[in-house]
Design a protein. Structure first.
Length: 447
């Protein structure tokens, strides 16, 4: 606060975490940088003029984010291990950011707050199915009001795959599933721009205009043209833009419909998991608690090539309660409302990183289409085959234009000139990583 008081100019942004009036949390951001203010103006749900006028006198006290990220914290302070610090007090309803100017800290700070408050709403003594479940997931809705939830960590395709011209976007990263339906926590989207082209991602590309915030990109100072392939600063190049910049966004970003499709996204760096597999209810819970993906270059500092990682509930750093609390709520909601569930691997096929190749976005989009248009739901049981070791059900034959050998990992490895033994060895290694990770949660889970 002393640092902020020495600034000639401060920027204040008021907004909400959450589009549903019964659940939203008022948030005030105080920062010394205009860039941070514009970023959060895009990412928070915008208040009306009347709500703005009564922002401090509403029934709920605003949560205040003091962003003094330009000022490093004192490393000599007990418990400090670096010059960067993000501290939250739920009692005082305050967050203090020091020593980091990464705008995403504010966005994820709001998500952490929602992860604490939502499971207590509307009342903490209600059964799990009737309380509000925060999700690190994107969401969209089809013409028949079928809602899809896309769980996944950064780099797995949440933003890209939820921006579907055939469906309305609810949001790209953070949602709440409550007793009435689903609402977006955010007022905007935060997309990666590395290698972006209009041909591949037209909705996101066209959202990059006046009012959006580009981070870490290199551009020609004469023409102002951005080179999205230039990663000389970092591979974590981003754009933040308000939801209204997406033509088919649902605004207000809330729906009174429960999810019909649950899609767990992973980026498997080992090329073992199928591009798509059908999950049983127990498998949904197992993979939700595991939260497996790979740390992909562009989402983690210092990561130049993918490495396996597990993040409980696809959002471990932002969880406040034990992962079992969120898993129990998800299981209860699946029991109550029912939803088909699939695991979609947007990672490598035909071998691990270095020898295989990343699954084509074109193929992944076709598989998502097959979920939405009923192609997969209409496949008889005889058209699915259980994958050894992992027990995942994968299609026996081609789906739309996606070849059979792409959908079956061992076949993809063989087509790439590798042996079945190499695949089985890698699959056993990955299964071992899953088992080792799950030991931390096994005592809370049924066999």
């Amino acid at each position: 606060v002393d640092y902020l008081n020495t600034r000639e100019r401060l920027y204040i942004v008021d907004g909400f975490g959450g589009w549903d009036e019964d659940y939203r949390v008022p948030v005030r951001v105080i920062t010394s940088r205009a860039y941070h203010a514009l970023f959060m103006q895009n990412m928070l749900v915008p208040p009306t003029q009347q709500e703005l006028a009564n922002f401090e006198t509403g029934k709920v006290k605003p949560f205040v984010i003091f962003n003094a990220g330009v000022f490093p914290c004192n490393r000599q302070t007990e418990g400090m291990t670096s010059s960067a610090s993000v501290a939250v007090s739920f009692k005082r309803r305050e967050m203090v950011i020091l020593g980091t100017q990464y705008a995403g800290e504010m966005k994820k700070g709001v998500f952490t707050i929602m992860n604490y408050l939502m499971p207590l709403m509307p009342e903490r003594n209600l059964p799990p199915a009737d309380r509000a479940l925060p999700l690190h997931a994107s969401a969209n809705i089809g013409p028949d009001n079928d809602v899809s939830i896309f769980f996944g960590l950064s780099g797995t395709g949440k933003t890209t795959l939820s921006a579907d011209p055939k469906r309305e976007l609810i949001g790209d990263d953070e949602h709440v599933w409550h007793a009435k339906g689903v609402f977006n926590i955010e007022g905007g989207c935060y997309a990666k721009t590395i290698g972006m082209t209009r041909e591949q991602e037209p909705e996101i590309y066209d959202a990059i205009r006046f009012g959006s915030v580009l981070e870490n990109v290199v551009f020609d100072e004469a023409t102002h043209k951005v080179d999205y392939d230039d990663v000389s600063i970092t591979e974590n190049t981003r754009v933040a833009y308000p939801l209204k910049f997406i033509p088919n966004a649902r605004i207000p970003a809330k729906v009174e419909h429960h999810p019909k499709q649950i899609i767990l996204l992973t980026c498997d760096a080992f090329g073992v998991l199928p591009p798509i597999s059908k999950l049983t209810k127990d498998q949904v819970m197992y993979h939700f608690i595991s939260g497996y993906t790979a740390k992909v270059a562009g989402t983690e500092e210092g990561v130049k090539e993918p490495e396996a990682t597990f993040s409980a509930c696809f959002g471990a750093p932002f969880l406040v309660w034990h992962p079992f609390v969120y898993a129990e709520m998800l299981a209860a909601k699946l029991d109550k409302y029912g939803a088909s569930a699939y695991l979609v691997n947007t990672g490598w096929v035909g071998g691990p990183y270095g020898s295989g190749k990343r699954c084509s976005l074109k193929y992944t989009r076709q598989l998502i289409d097959a979920i939405h248009d009923g192609t997969l739901a209409n496949l008889p049981d005889s058209e699915w085959e259980e994958m050894p070791v992992f027990g995942l059900l994968m299609p026996k034959n081609a789906i739309k234009d996606v070849p059979r050998e792409i959908l079956r990992p061992e076949d993809a490895w063989k087509q790439s000139g590798k042996s079945a033994e190499e695949f089985k060895k890698t699959a056993a290694m990955l299964a071992g990583l899953f088992q080792k990770n799950f030991k931390d949660f096994a005592d809370k889970c049924s066999p």
